[in-house]
Design a protein around this ligand. Structure first.
Ligand SMILES: Cc1ncc(COP(=O)(O)O)c(C=O)c1O
Length: 397
């Protein structure tokens, strides 16, 4: 068997997009898809948003890349705006989510090292978590499908059930550096941390001198209707990883930290050739400009409520198929009733109704539209979903 030129690590489907227009993707043969996957929560402004396109084009023609050996007016400016819009005092820019997670792990370890506690290296993480594919990120996840064959893994992680505060607290010992948790689990099945859980982790960190690291790569940056998902919990983290929506499709991530948590990250402790280059910064500025426009986040909340309400209404009509709705804002998940139909139903919606969604753990269909959707897109989604549910039922009887 010949090996494909493109390493075959993804079970790619038959959709082969070549163009995007707003909330739609267009395939090689001109077929149109309503894109309620948005590159898995990446295309916050949809496809081809004029402000993002213009900003990238202008910057590409002006200055695309320089080394981090030089001063970065572009990086300083975007970092300051992110600091002003968050809990953080300082930001390290990366090219992806997993690199932002990697930086978060290093920042946490280095904090305790700088504090004279080099034995505090262990992060307590959670079942069903997804933090990316670097060795650090797969070590932070206890899922065999991501780890098998990649041992030896990075030591220094312990795992507790998600939303089980007592179990998490019982793992604390004198090697603990802190907790690393998705505020709302994405790949794991759109499970939001409970108030008690997230607030309890914060409290334990304060009591024991530990760090709360939030992974908001998927749930942050406007997706839940707030700039950051932690804002729903009335707490702030010490360190946070961000990516996906922050670049709207341009590869950009960020590790945010308080001055205290970042105290170990001094000259020479971390770096990236591309991280924070002028082109990425221009993309990030354009996204943030739009996201901070008055009413943008309210729009996400309103569309999220509308979409959620529409799906909720539909559940009784298809209660053989749909169980419940979960999530926040425009990060929604439809929990399916029968075991393991989510993947198959996602394929059915895609192949027979031109609707793109994403399967997640716990038998959930993720609904992650661009944050700029309008009522008309919701109406079209609802039609496609209900048609899909109806003929899926017939096909599977
Ligand atoms: C919560 C979370 N963390 C980290 C990552 C990894 O991001 P990336 O694929 O950009 O490396 C993802 C990607 O889905 C994610 O959902």
């Amino acid at each position: 068997m010949s090996t494909p030129a493109l390493m075959p690590v993804y079970p790619r489907c038959g959709v082969r997009p070549v163009r995007g227009e707003g909330c739609y993707l267009i395939g090689e043969q001109g077929e149109r898809y309503l894109d309620f996957a948005a590159g898995i929560a990446v295309n916050a402004l949809g496809h081809g948003h004029p402000k993002l396109v213009q900003a990238i084009a202008d910057q590409a023609a002006t200055l695309m890349h320089v080394s981090n050996l030089y001063g970065s007016p572009q990086g300083e400016h975007l970092a300051q705006r992110i600091v002003d819009s968050s809990f953080a005092d300082t930001v390290f820019f990366t090219n992806s989510g997993t690199e932002a997670v990697e930086c978060a792990i290093k920042t946490a370890r280095r904090y305790h090292y700088a504090n004279g506690n080099p034995q505090r290296t262990t992060l307590i993480t959670f079942n069903n978590a997804f933090h990316g594919r670097t060795m650090g990120a797969i070590s932070a996840t206890n899922q065999p499908k991501m780890r098998d064959g990649f041992e030896p893994l990075l030591p220094g992680f312990k795992y507790a059930p998600f939303n089980d505060l007592e179990a998490a607290l019982s793992l604390i010992d004198d090697t603990t550096a802190g907790f690393m948790v998705e505020t709302v689990q994405g790949e794991g099945g759109v499970s939001a941390g409970t108030q008690e859980f997230i607030q309890g982790l914060r409290k334990a960190c304060d009591e024991h001198g530990l760090l709360l690291v939030l992974d908001e790569v998927q749930c942050g940056y406007g997706r839940t209707g707030k700039m950051w998902a932690y804002e729903h919990y009335g707490i702030t983290p010490d360190i946070l990883s961000s990516a996906k929506g922050i670049g709207g499709g341009f590869p950009l991530g960020a590790c945010l930290a308080t001055a205290e948590a970042a105290k170990g990250m001094v000259f020479g402790t971390h770096g990236s050739t591309y991280g924070g280059n002028p082109l990425a910064m221009a993309a990030g500025e354009a996204i943030l400009d739009v996201m901070l426009e008055p009413g943008f986040l309210d729009h996400v909340t309103a569309m999220g409520d509308r979409l959620r309400g529409a799906i909720e209404q539909m559940i009784p009509n298809h209660d053989h198929l749909f169980d419940s709705i979960r999530g926040m804002g425009l990060m929604l998940g439809i929990k399916m009733k029968d075991a393991a139909v989510a993947r198959d139903f996602v394929a059915h919606l895609r192949d027979h109704h031109g609707l793109l969604t994403v399967a997640a753990g716990e038998n959930v269909v993720r609904v992650l539209p661009p944050l700029v959707i309008e009522e008309s897109h919701i109406a079209e989604f609802v039609q496609k979903l209900s048609d899909g549910a109806r003929d899926y039922a017939v096909a599977t009887v």
